[in-house]
Design a protein around this ligand. Structure first.
Ligand code: NAP
Ligand code: GDD
Length: 320
């Protein structure tokens, strides 16, 4: 029997990779999109005729219930959110509505329409914030450092709470940063790969960045959507940390990206206070041993290969 999945945020980076992945597994894939005056379906253009799209907004409980009733999914992946950390200081209330309360609206929809649906919540390593221990695992306490991180902590615990209160199969995947050529241009990896490509092609002279000392555990988005799926195939609903266990600084990112095109990063990168955050997450590093043991999951793409893949893709995209 064909399995049916509903992906909120299918137009985003992860939504598009997850849709590719589920189609490859033979799923019937449905995705939710927000109404917009222009279509933003670039990331799913290649599979547009293989997925069914439905209008839904995390602010609108009725739209969530209607889509759940229409699609009758077996699995729901809740990837939709306001996902850019700096925007969460400019729009803290909207971030809370989408990224925190939106999760409760999804869970209420499932509880109302069909409590047997399996639910995945896109939680984040940003919840660890000012880290209490390194590396971070499922037991590490949270200390979020942005309105986005705070909203994700709410989303995480409301997922746990609905699992414990109503016996829903609801899991929270605590994913560390994951990137790809489909990453939004404002996130630092893509900003760097796009900047390197522009400088190499003579379209720009400098790249202005914020805190070069920040360290992250960066993996490849294509690897991480596999982990989401594996969590929903388990017998018991449980939460998992997903990451590579390897940490790099923004400085390392710049060095590897510029080196790939034969340039020295120090000649082009400028620190610009406009890109510093009111409160910073200095470092994040995953201990994903539970996922490795229980899900048989491991990352396949190294940081160096990921950076080169992104630079190559931006050069190809921008080349005349
Ligand atoms: P993304 O590229 O920013 O995609 C976000 C998606 O959410 C888009 O499809 C967007 O639709 C949709 N969306 C935003 N607000 C919505 C609303 N009110 N109603 C319905 N849909 C809405 O994010 P991503 O990188 O794919 O991340 C996916 C999820 O994982 C997010 O929840 C993010 O917070 C979380 N996460 C990401 C990472 C990472 O490193 N990428 C790590 C941990 C957790 P539009 O196209 O209309 O804007
Ligand atoms: N965006 C950005 N732009 N970040 C910069 C810049 C810059 O010019 N310069 C330095 N950075 C630093 C940030 O200060 C941060 O410490 C780090 O680079 C990563 O920033 P982002 O790429 O914007 O990602 P993020 O870590 O804040 O959030 C991403 O990962 C989370 C998981 O930990 C997002 O995808 C979140 O949605 C996700 O939950």
């Amino acid at each position: 029997m064909t399995k049916r999945a509903l992906v909120t945020g299918i137009t985003g980076q992860d939504g598009s990779y997850l849709a590719d992945f589920l189609l490859g597994k033979g799923y019937e894939v449905h995705g939710t999109v927000r109404r917009s005056s222009v279509e933003k379906f670039e990331r799913i253009q290649h599979i547009r005729d293989r997925v069914t799209l439905h209008q839904m907004d995390l602010l609108d409980q009725l739209s969530i219930i209607t889509v759940l009733e229409e699609v009758e999914p077996w699995e729901v992946y809740n990837l939709a959110a306001q996902s850019f950390v700096p925007t969460s200081w400019n729009q803290p209330l909207l971030t809370g509505e989408f990224t925190a309360l939106g999760v409760t609206r999804m869970l209420e929809g499932i509880r109302t329409v069909n409590p047997d649906i399996r639910f995945y919540q896109a939680s984040s390593s940003e919840m660890f914030g000012m880290v209490r221990q390194t590396p971070q695992n499922e037991e590490t306490p949270f200390y979020p450092r942005s309105p986005y991180g705070v909203a994700k902590v709410y989303g995480h615990f409301i997922t746990v709470n609905y699992r414990e209160s109503y016996n829903l199969f609801a899991v929270s995947g605590i994913l560390f940063n994951h990137e790809s050529p489909r990453r939004g241009l404002e996130f630092v990896t893509r900003k760097v790969s796009d900047g390197v490509a522009r400088i190499k092609l003579g379209m720009a002279e400098v790249l202005r960045l914020g805190n070069l000392d920040a360290c992250r555990d960066w993996g490849y988005a294509g690897d991480y959507v596999d982990a989401m799926w594996r969590m929903l195939q388990e017998e018991e609903a449980e939460d998992f940390v997903i990451g590579t266990g390897v940490m790099h600084s923004v400085r390392d990112l710049c060095r590897i990206a510029f080196e790939h095109v034969g340039l020295e990063w120090e000649a082009y990168v400028m620190e610009d206070p406009r890109f510093f955050r009111p409160a910073e997450v200095e470092e994040l590093c995953a201990d994903a041993s539970k996922a490795e043991e229980r899900l048989g999951w491991a990352p396949r793409v190294s940081f160096e290969d990921l950076v080169r893949m992104m630079v190559d893709a931006d050069i190809e995209r921008l080349s005349p």
